[in-house]
Design a protein around this ligand. Sequence first.
Ligand code: GRF
Length: 222
Amino acid sequence: MLTNLSFILTSDQMKLLQNLGILISGRGSNMEAILKAIKKQKIPINPTIVISNKPNARGLKIAQRLGVKTLVIESKNYKGKRVQYDKKIISALEQNGVTAKNGFICLAGFMRIISPYFIRKYKNRILNIHPALLPAYPGLDAQKQAIQNGAKVSGCTVHFVDEGIDSGPIILQAVVEVKNNDTEKTLSKRILEKEHVIYPEAISVIARKKIRLSGRRVRMLN
Ligand code: GRF
């Protein structure tokens, strides 16, 4: 079982591990890349829960197959009640050990804006991946924006979540060339391959505490 890393760590070491919660809405390919990297012992973190706001998210089955507990907390009845919904998520995270003291949260294709309440509670403990080189092309359809703007390069960014849209401190980025004949689909595919590399890598440096945040700048330690 992935949820129990005791096959590689002693129980004392387990106590020192931080817990990871992953929030998804759909395909879950970034979540899968993260969980597989944990399984290969590349990230010292304990994935305790995957939560989806959509009951039919494909990622739920993948998480289950990888032995990670899943939960559906539907958001469709919470229009205009952002904090109320986020409190349900927070309570589920806490019940699974993902606390503001001992947890990290990865947004992995979670198609909801999270409230300042949630973000302040887990300050610098929520990460997101975005399919563009931020601060270029924040928000929806980032790959389409890059093509329409004639960008020669785009890529992806892992960043801390702050109260703006895709505006938090940048942790890692990867560059992808935009080719003359690229469509939104072909560019998205090549960017996604890089996402699957840098998201696990970013969580790994954070879990190993090899990172310093000063203002908006994230510095990697050796
Ligand atoms: C990815 O392109 C990611 O950059 C964006 O949403 C998409 C999620 O894909 N935030 P998946 O669910 O991880 O496959």
